[in-house]
Ligand binder design. Structure first.
Ligand code: T5A
Length: 216
């Protein structure tokens, strides 16, 4: 019997407002990829996350930093079986944020005891993307107008940027960075210009032949 070739898992990561959702939606539509955005705000856990992020119907005291971190991770675990089954069925998937966002935003808070190992621990065992594309935009570093959500502030974004850098230069395995990671500077590029580059990375990965899963 011929083994079904499993689908590819491709992740787009980056700071707020770097165009992740725009690119994921284009990849999904034009290349028939299934699209998962994290946090998924529709699940029961996602609804709590949404009220925390938007600060609506939320008194600001209910959730500790540890609790919200674990809820973000649970939100990924909630959808893990479905994601894996789709991959096994041969469907390609594009992810909009995933484990690296979970670690970066929580570490950037600098909470005692919430070190890298602690933040990363609850995501160990999740299936790891075949390719991670990290978008950076140096043009919006001084921008105060990220949005109204809890992390959309210039100082927080600067810290998150530093933590992402540390993760990709020091913490993540060198072999993963060499073969499964692309950093893309989108500063000053239009949506279609970014898309051309993202799509070329995606196609290169899609053409690689590998049925082996990697895990965090
Ligand atoms: N978080 C998330 C955690 O703390 N822990 C976790 O585990 C996870 C998963 C919500 C927050 O949660 C935190 C991180 C976040 O602070 P979110 O819902 O993904 O995460 O929120 P954002 O990242 O802020 O999503 P955004 O939609 O705001 O940003 P995107 O997706 O990067 O940007 P996008 O595509 O929506 O584009 C923003 C605007 O720019 C335009 C678009 O049309 C849009 O108007 N645009 C461009 N304009 C010019 N040139 C281009 N190249 C453009 N590309 C897009």
């Amino acid at each position: 019997m011929v083994e079904t070739k499993r689908g590819k898992l491709i992740l787009i990561e980056g700071l707020d407002r770097t165009g992740k959702t725009t690119q994921c939606e284009l990849i999904s539509k034009r290349n028939n990829y299934k699209y998962y955005k994290f946090p998924n705000r529709e699940t029961p856990i996602g609804k709590i996350i949404n009220s925390y992020l938007s600060q609506q119907n939320y008194d600001g005291k209910t959730l500790s930093d540890q609790s919200i971190h674990l809820l973000f991770s649970s939100n990924r675990w909630e959808l893990q079986e479905e994601i894996k089954q789709n991959l096994l069925d041969g469907k390609n998937i594009i992810l909009d944020r995933y484990v690296y966002s979970g670690v970066a935003y929580s570490l950037a808070k600098g909470i005692e005891g919430m070190d890298y190992e602690w933040c990363f621990g609850c995501d160990r065992g999740l299936v790891k993307p075949d390719l991670t594309i990290f978008l950076i935009n140096t043009g919006n570093a001084d921008n105060d107008g990220f949005g109204d959500e809890i992390y959309e502030k210039k100082e927080i974004q600067a810290k998150v940027r530093q933590v992402f850098e540390t993760i990709f230069t020091e913490k993540e395995k060198k072999e993963y960075i060499k073969d499964h990671f692309k950093q893309l500077d989108v500063t000053g590029l239009g949506i279609e210009e970014v898309y051309e580059k993202v799509e070329s990375f995606v196609k290169e990965e899609t053409n690689k032949d590998s049925n082996r899963f990697m895990y965090f």
